[in-house]
Design a protein. Structure first.
Length: 179
C-alpha cells in the first residue's frame, strides 16, 4: 500500500499484518509508520523534513533521435576489406543509453546498442552473425545530435580485425588510396 518510490504519499495503514491504527508515510521508497494519535502536524513535519533533505533532481530530458550515414571498413585481420555502408538511426536517452538500427545500402538491417557521453559514442553493431565495436568521437555533443563529424576505431567481426568508421566513406581500396 505504500506510494511509488519517489512519490510522497500519506495513507492510513489498515493491512491486517501491520500495526493497526498507524499512518504510513512513504517518502522516496521509505515507509515511516506513525500512530494516528500523533496527529497531522507531526506527519506533515516529518514529510517536509524528508523532502527538504533530499537533493533536487533535474527534470528529465526527452530522447534524441539521430540519423546519419555510416561507413566502416576492416583494414587489418582475417576479414580485411569487409565494408559496412548504410544509414544509422540512433535513439539516445537522457542517461546516454543509445539504441537503434543500421540499415545497409544492400537492405540488411542490424541492431545497435551503446553509450553516448558528451562527444563520445561507443556502440556495438550486430549485423547478422557479425558483431563489431565502434568507438568514436564527434565535433559536438552526440547526445543531442549536435555534430557534423564523427569517426573512430572499429573492431570486428573477428577479435583480431581492426578498421575505422565514420560518416564519410573511407578511401578505397585501402591502403593504395593513401599512396
Amino acid at each position: 500500500m505504500g506510494a511509488a518510490p519517489g512519490v510522497v504519499g500519506v495513507e492510513l495503514d489498515r493491512r491486517p499484518t501491520s500495526r493497526k491504527g498507524g499512518i504510513v508515510i512513504n517518502v522516496y521508497g521509505r515507509d515511516i509508520i506513525l500512530k494516528a494519535t500523533q496527529g497531522f502536524v507531526v506527519i506533515a513535519a516529518a514529510a517536509l523534513f524528508l523532502v527538504a533533505s533530499r537533493p533536487s533532481v533535474a527534470v528529465a530530458q526527452t530522447s534524441a533521435i539521430c540519423t546519419f550515414p555510416f561507413y566502416a571498413q576492416v583494414f587489418q585481420g582475417p576479414n580485411t576489406g569487409m565494408v559496412l555502408q548504410g544509414n544509422v538511426t540512433l535513439s539516445i536517452e537522457p542517461s546516454g543509453y543509445a539504441g537503434g538500427i543500421l540499415t545497409e545500402d544492400n537492405g540488411t538491417v542490424g541492431g545497435l546498442a551503446g553509450q553516448a557521453t558528451g562527444r563520445a559514442l561507443s556502440i556495438l553493431v550486430d549485423v547478422g552473425s557479425d558483431h563489431f565495436a565502434a568507438i568514436g568521437v564527434a565535433d559536438g555533443d552526440v547526445r543531442d545530435c549536435g555534430f557534423t563529424r564523427i569517426f573512430g576505431s572499429l573492431v570486428g567481426p573477428a577479435i583480431d580485425d581492426s578498421g575505422s568508421w565514420g560518416i564519410q566513406p573511407p578511401c578505397l581500396p585501402f591502403p593504395a588510396c593513401r599512396g
